[in-house]
Design a binder for this molecule. Structure first.
Ligand code: TPP
Ligand code: MG
Length: 578
C-alpha cells in the first residue's frame, strides 16, 4: 500500500507536474472526491502534507505558509460546499499575489445540474479570487492527456507569472480503485523563461518555424540571420511568414512529399515564432522539441511538443543565442539543395490553381502585394517562390472564405501607386464580391479567380470528403452555385463596375493573357482574370506535385525505422494489414 498511486491519469498528471515544478507543500481537507490525489501522495516523501478539516482555515493557512516560505502551496478539497470555503482565503491571496494552487476535486462535471448529491457548479469564478481557473477532463485518450498536461502546466506557471497569485484546478474523479504500486509516469513539463532567467542550451539541429507574422524590419531580419549563422539553423517559411532573410526556405514543396523520407530534414529543436499558419505540410515537420518565443509568454502548443515558452521579444531571444563562433550553414545547404532538386523535378501538371501559381508567382512584379485565399490558393502558392520585394499575405487568422477581397481592397487603399494582387476561388469570390463596388476602389487591383464551380478543397484526393467521391459534390463541396462556371457572370459584373476582364480555360489561353495581367505599370482599370478549371484536375495536380519525389519502398522503410524503431514498424505493418 505504501507509496501507491491512483490509476486516474488526470490526477497522475497533477502529481507528476507538481513534482517537476518543485511544489511540495500541501494542505488537504477530508473528503471523498480528493481520495485519488490525497491517497496517492500521503506516503510520498517528496510532499510535505498538513491536514485541516475547515477549508476556510486551510486557505488562510496556505496564505501564511506561502508568504512565509515564498513557496507555492497546494490546497486540496472535495465536492459539496467545500470549495466555497476557499473563497475568503483565495481573495486574500489574490490581492497579495500569493501563489496558492486550489485543487478542488469533483465528480464528473457532466453531473452538474442533475440533482446529484454533493455535485456543485464551479464553472464561474469571482473576478478576484484566482488568476486562472481550469477544469481537467477525465482522461479517455491521448487528446485528454494533452489537455491535462497543458492545463496543469499553465496553472502551475501562473502561480509565479508576473507578480504571481492564486490559481484553480478542478479535477474530476471516478473513485477508481485499486491504487497502483508502479512508478508514477513522467508527463511533459513546460517552463516559462523570461529575460531574467538563465537560458537553456540549444540542442541538435535547429530550425525556426514562422507562422503568419508581421512584416520583419531589416534589423529583425539581421538578428535572425545572425542567429542562423551562429547555430547552423534554417528558417521554415510560407507566404504568410514575412521573413525574407538569407536562411529562408519556402519549405512546403519538400514537406508535402507523400513518398519521401523527410527525417533528415527534421530539426531536433524547433523555434516557433509568429501566429497561426496555413502551411499544413511544414507544420508536420516539427522534430523533437519545440521552443515558443513570444512577448505574450502564452503556452501555445501548436506542435504538441512545447518544452519552453520564452516571454521576450524575438530580437532579445535570437540575439541571446548568437554567442557561438560557428559559421556552419550545412543544414541550410542540405535543405536548400534538396528543395531545389525537387523543384526542378516537378512533373507536368494539369491546368489548375497549382499550375497557374507555377507560372504567375514568378512573374508578380517586385513591389507588389499578393493576397492569397485560404485554403487552396495559399497552398498552391506556397509551393512556389515570388520575387524579392513582393509582399504576400492571407487571412489565416480565422481562415474565412468570406473576406479575402475586402482585405485586399483595404490594403490597396494604403498605396494607390502599388499593385495589389489577389488569388481566390469561385466561392470566396462570390462571397465577398460586393466590395468590388465600394466607391473607394482604385485601379491598382489584379484579381485572379480560380473558377472550378465548387469548393475544390473538398474534392482533394487527401481530404476526408474524398471518402464520399461524387456524393461530396452537392452539399459538402457545394457545387454548381453562382452560375455554375458561367462565362458571363463575373465578366459582366466586373466590366460593369469598371474592371478590365480577362479569362482563360487552358494553359495557352492563360499564357496569352498573362503579360497583360502581370503588367508592372498601373493601368487605367483594375483587372479581373478568371480561369476555368476542373476540380478533378485540381486534385490531380496536388497529388502529382506531392509525389514529385518517389523514393523506393526500402528507403522509406529505413526512414520509418529510424523514426519508429523496429517495433513501431511492425505495428504500422499490422495496422496496414487490417
Ligand atoms: C466563412 C467560411 N465558410 C466556410 C468555410 C469552409 N471552407 C473552406 S475552403 C471552402 C471552399 C472554398 O471554395 P473556393 O473559394 O471555390 O476555393 P477552392 O477550394 O475551390 O479553390 C470552404 C467552404 C470557411 N473557411 N469560411
Ligand atoms: Mg472553387
Amino acid at each position: 500500500m505504501s507509496n501507491s498511486h491512483t490509476k486516474e491519469i488526470n490526477t497522475q498528471i497533477v502529481i507528476s507536474l507538481l513534482k517537476s515544478h518543485g511544489i511540495r507543500k500541501v494542505i488537504t481537507s477530508p473528503g471523498g472526491t480528493n481520495i485519488a490525489f490525497v491517497g496517492s501522495i500521503q506516503k510520498d516523501p517528496f510532499f510535505e502534507i498538513y491536514s485541516s478539516v475547515d477549508e476556510r482555515s486551510a486557505a488562510y493557512m496556505a496564505c501564511g505558509m506561502a508568504e512565509d516560505s515564498g513557496e507555492p502551496v497546494v490546497i486540496s478539497c472535495t465536492g459539496a460546499t467545500a470549495a466555497r470555503n476557499y473563497i475568503s482565503g483565495l481573495t486574500e491571496a489574490y490581492y497579495r499575489n500569493l501563489p496558492i494552487l486550489a485543487l478542488t476535486s469533483t465528480q464528473d462535471v457532466a453531473k452538474v445540474g442533475h440533482h446529484i448529491a454533493q455535485v456543485t457548479d464551479r464553472s464561474s469564478m469571482q473576478n478576484d479570487i484566482v488568476n486562472l481557473s481550469v477544469t481537467l477532463p477525465i482522461v479517455k485518450d491521448d487528446d485528454d492527456i494533452w489537455d491535462c498536461e497543458i492545463k496543469v502546466n499553465q496553472a502551475i506557471l501562473e502561480l509565479k507569472r508576473k507578480n504571481g497569485g492564486p490559481v484553480h484546478i478542478n479535477v474530476p474523479t471516478k473513485y477508481t480503485l485499486p491504487f497502483e504500486n508502479k512508478v508514477l509516469p513522467n508527463y511533459r513539463v513546460i517552463k516559462r523563461i523570461t529575460k531574467q532567467d538563465k537560458l537553456p542550451q540549444l540542442e541538435g539541429k535547429v530550425a525556426v518555424f514562422i507562422g503568419s507574422h508581421k512584416k520583419f524590419t531589416s534589423d529583425e531580419t539581421k538578428t535572425l540571420d545572425e542567429f542562423c549563422l551562429r547555430n547552423n539553423a534554417v528558417v521554415f517559411c510560407d507566404h504568410t511568414s514575412g521573413y525574407k532573410g538569407k536562411y529562408r526556405l519556402l519549405f512546403s514543396l519538400l514537406a508535402a512529399q507523400d513518398k519521401m523520407d523527410k527525417s533528415a530534414f527534421k530539426p531536433d529543436t524547433l523555434i516557433h515564432i509568429g501566429d497561426i499558419s496555413g502551411d499544413y505540410p511544414t507544420l508536420g515537420l516539427s522534430g523533437h522539441k519545440v521552443w515558443r518565443v513570444n512577448e505574450d509568454g502564452e503556452i501555445r502548443d501548436t506542435f504538441r511538443k512545447l518544452h519552453y515558452v520564452f516571454e521576450m521579444t524575438e530580437k532579445d531571444f535570437f540575439s541571446s543565442y548568437c554567442g557561438g563562433t560557428t559559421n556552419d550553414d550545412s543544414y541550410f545547404q542540405k535543405c536548400e539543395d534538396r528543395l531545389n532538386e525537387i523543384r526542378i523535378s516537378i512533373p507536368e501538371l494539369p491546368f489548375s490553381n497549382i499550375w497557374a501559381a507555377s507560372i504567375v508567382a514568378p512573374q508578380i512584379p517586385p513591389g507588389s502585394t499578393v493576397h492569397l485565399g485560404i485554403l487552396s490558393s495559399l497552398r498552391s502558392w506556397n509551393y512556389f517562390n515570388v520575387a524579392e520585394g513582393v509582399h504576400t499575405a492571407s487571412n489565416v487568422g480565422g481562415f474565412g472564405t468570406d473576406g479575402c477581397l475586402s482585405s485586399l481592397i483595404g490594403a490597396s487603399l494604403n498605396h494607390s501607386e502599388r499593385l495589389y494582387f489577389c488569388v481566390l476561388g469561385d466561392q470566396a469570390f462570390f462571397y465577398d464580391m460586393n466590395v468590388m463596388g465600394n466607391r473607394h476602389v482604385g485601379n491598382n487591383l489584379r484579381i485572379l479567380v480560380i473558377n472550378n464551380g465548387i469548393g475544390a478543397e473538398f474534392k482533394r484526393y487527401n481530404s476526408a470528403a474524398a471518402y464520399f467521391e461524387d456524393d461530396a459534390d452537392e452539399f459538402i463541396a457545394a457545387a454548381k452555385h453562382f452560375g455554375n462556371k458561367s462565362p458571363l457572370l463575373i465578366k459582366n459584373y466586373s466590366e460593369n463596375l469598371g474592371f478590365e476582364y480577362l479569362s482563360a480555360s487552358n494553359k495557352s489561353e492563360l499564357n496569352n493573357v498573362l503579360t497583360r495581367f502581370v503588367n508592372s505599370e498601373i493601368t487605367n482599370q483594375s483587372m479581373v482574370l478568371e480561369i476555368f478549371t476542373d476540380s478533378r484536375d485540381e486534385s490531380k495536380a496536388i497529388e502529382l506535385i506531392n509525389s514529385t519525389v518517389k523514393e523506393s519502398k526500402s528507403t522509406l522503410k529505413a526512414g520509418m525505422k529510424k523514426i519508429l524503431g523496429q517495433s513501431g514498424v511492425n505495428l504500422v505493418k499490422q495496422i496496414a494489414k487490417k
